[in-house]
Design a protein around this ligand. Structure first.
Ligand SMILES: NC(=O)c1ccc[n+]([C@@H]2O[C@H](COP(=O)([O-])OP(=O)(O)OC[C@H]3O[C@@H](n4cnc5c(N)ncnc54)[C@H](OP(=O)(O)O)[C@@H]3O)[C@@H](O)[C@H]2O)c1
Length: 255
């Protein structure tokens, strides 16, 4: 790997990284030399992910906290400070899905999805950026968007609103923090084989639609997001800011 993409000496916090896309990104960044911090709401899940990464020879730490809980996020960053852990790369990846026609959708479910998929990126991003700015070495923020950062889909209104918000939050971060050598960009994954999509993967009709509507004619795999994440986490992207890169097998190209 060229030194342009080398992450040796960097510490990366990846939220929601005990499985799925987050775990693949943690493993992928660790493979390029980063020390990674895995996160989820559950300590046992964090411990299990940590054990897998360490068994693979990777430098990894764990931090269980709920990304929607401002006090818990602030406490986690205070613990990082006390332990001398400096976050160079933040990937705001934690997310949930909730499917319901909008006319039946309750406010509490709207709020839960917005809090987890959008507000969390502000809360965690603010804590990370404050410290990146104070240290004066810059940093990298990668916010995980979606195809719904670009395209509306039925029955996922709060998710669509949140992921559209992620694209623009990344631009707001770039607008405020580029002067501090922080690059904030988004990745928009297409349909990826993860637990979040279990019901869709097992639905023959939906599975057939994914394959027929996508020029790649297949679902994506979590590890196929790693290259873009390493690029956006490394000095290879030092003048790339406020962008969203879709990793979708070409799905948006044929809309
Ligand atoms: N899969 C796709 O097709 C797809 C497509 C586009 C975008 N995305 C986005 O990619 C990201 C990862 O999705 P995925 O498919 O890998 O989902 P997943 O397999 O369900 O994983 C979600 C991760 O987020 C964590 N999480 C959820 N709520 C959290 C909270 N409040 N605080 C901390 N961690 C939390 C989960 O851990 P715990 O449950 O243990 O807390 C888990 O580690 C999400 O932002 C998702 O919207 C996915």
């Amino acid at each position: 790997m060229s030194s342009l993409f080398d992450l040796t000496g960097r510490t990366a916090l990846i939220t929601g990284s005990v499985r799925g896309i987050g775990y693949a990104l943690a493993e992928g960044l660790a493979a390029e030399g980063a020390r990674v911090i895995v996160n989820s709401r559950r300590q046992d899940a964090v411990d299990a992910a940590l054990a897998r990464l360490q068994a693979g020879g990777h430098a990894a730490l764990g931090a269980a906290f709920d990304v929607t809980d401002e006090a818990a996020v602030s406490a986690a960053f205070s613990r990082f400070d006390e332990q001398g852990i400096e976050i160079d790369i933040l990937i705001n990846n934690a997310g949930i899905q909730f499917r319901k026609p909008m006319v039946e959708l309750e406010l509490k479910d709207w709020q839960r999805v917005i809090d987890t998929n959008l507000t969390s990126a502000f809360i965690v991003g603010r804590e990370a950026a404050k410290r990146m700015i104070a240290r004066g070495r810059g940093g990298k923020i990668i916010n995980i968007g979606s195809l719904t950062s670009e395209a509306g889909r039925a029955t996922v209104a709060p998710y669509t609103a949140a992921k559209g918000g992620i694209k623009m939050l990344s631009r707001a971060m770039a607008a405020e923090w580029a002067q501090f050598n922080i690059q904030a960009n988004s990745i928009g994954p297409g349909y990826i084989l993860t637990e979040m999509n279990t019901a869709l993967i097992e639905n023959a009709e939906f599975d057939a639609w994914v394959k027929s509507s996508n020029p790649a004619q297949r679902w994506g795999k979590p590890e196929e997001l790693v290259g873009t994440a390493v690029y956006l986490a490394s000095k290879a992207s030092s003048y790339v800011n406020g962008q969203i890169i879709y990793v979708d097998g070409g799905w948006l190209s044929v809309l």
